[in-house]
Write a protein that binds this ligand. Structure first.
Ligand SMILES: [Zn+2]
Length: 361
């Protein structure tokens, strides 16, 4: 970087014991740096976009007589590699985004700027990656309609929506893509039309189709960059196992969401990067005798809030899978318990030795 400065979102502060905290209050984003000599703090103050790294290092040497030139450069280099700095002169947006898209997605860009700690990475590149992404959403009920809306709104370039069902009145407490006039009509075509009206800068397609087997799902995900699995039928050794095996065979990452009453979860998988769904589920089954177990399957009780959280957890996982921002290694289930704000559902387990999905046949 020629003239680096600390990103506004990551403005640092010092604690009473001399530790420098940078990246704000967000766990996983912020870092605490031991700074007994005050060098790091001084470097951060000097990194204001008006001088280059060499000048900052030279000024540090002048400010702190005990600090060698190599050490000073090391302090600056560590900060440059941290992802908390940006080039003062903002890079032009990459080719491939129109002026209308730059306006439409400006809040996305601000979000990605804050959560992306890849040094030198432009948030507009993340938006471009979304534009180039192809995502298939299977299931357009409570979870799926929120997930599909979220993915369309954020600008996923190609979205394919799959569902076999007709809209029922009892769907309308949570399925935000449909209205009373839609009762009795196929969800897939309605979702396509609604999403196209929400974002005409993307391509939305649909199919009225019921997934009936693993091979069926495998042909559905072919040519896509990720699967958002928002259907939960058939249960048990059903659609999630099909998704796990079909996606692994096709090399397609996937996220599956659902709810069991107030327990709302998403599973995110891309073996061999992390264990597959069956490995994580098997490990949780083993724990069942000891207590609770995250359950991806849904019960009949659901509200707009619980379905919405589920759908948006899926959408967030898909965004991370297709852009790498924020970077969250797959192979886990997480979620929330709406009865207990202090209960974070979380399961990550190693792959089972010999698992064909994780390691190949
Ligand atoms: Zn596995």
């Amino acid at each position: 970087m020629r003239f680096p400065r600390v990103k506004a979102e990551h403005r640092p502060f010092r604690t009473m014991d001399g530790t420098v905290r940078i990246g704000g209050e967000i766990y996983g984003l912020a870092a605490e740096i031991d700074d007994p000599g005050g060098w790091v703090w001084a470097a951060l103050c000097l990194l204001d976009g008006r001088r280059g790294p060499q000048e900052v290092a030279a000024r540090l040497v002048l400010m702190f007589p005990g600090l060698g030139a190599a050490e000073a450069r090391g302090v600056v280099d560590d900060l440059l590699a941290s992802g908390y700095l940006e080039e003062a002169a903002a890079a032009p947006p990459p080719r491939g985004l129109t002026a209308r898209e730059l306006d439409r997605y400006s809040r996305n860009q601000a979000f990605f700027r804050g959560v992306d700690l890849v040094p030198g990475h432009s948030a507009w590149e993340t938006q471009l990656a979304l534009k180039q992404a192809r995502v298939v959403v299977v299931g357009l009920g409570g979870t799926g309609s929120h997930a599909a809306w979220s993915l369309a709104a954020i600008g996923v370039g190609r979205l394919h929506c799959v569902d076999p069902d007709l809209v029922e009145l009892s769907n309308l407490n949570r399925q935000l893509l449909y209205s009373e006039a839609d009762v009795g009509r196929p969800k897939a075509a309605l979702a396509q039309a609604r999403l196209s009206r929400i974002n005409s800068d993307i391509v939305v397609t649909s199919a009225r189709h019921r997934v009936t087997c693993e091979a069926d799902l495998r042909s559905l995900v072919r040519g896509y960059d990720a699967l958002a699995l928002c259907a939960d039928e058939p249960r048990g050794e059903g659609i999630r196992v099909w998704a796990s095996r079909a996606c692994a065979a096709a090399g397609v990452p996937w996220a599956g969401g659902g709810y069991n009453g107030p327990l709302v979860t998403v599973g995110v998988f891309d073996p061999p990067n992390g264990a597959c769904y069956e490995c994580v589920a098997a490990a949780e089954q083993t724990r069942r005798a000891e207590g609770g177990v995250p359950d991806l399957g849904g019960g009949p009780g659901v509200t707009g809030a619980s379905a919405g959280i589920s759908g948006h957890l899926v959408a967030q996982a898909i965004i991370s899978l297709v852009t790498g921002v924020p970077e969250v290694p797959p192979g886990y289930v997480h979620g929330v318990n709406l009865l207990s704000p202090d209960h974070h559902v979380y399961a990550r387990h190693p792959a089972r030795p010999g698992c064909a999905t994780c390691f190949g046949p």
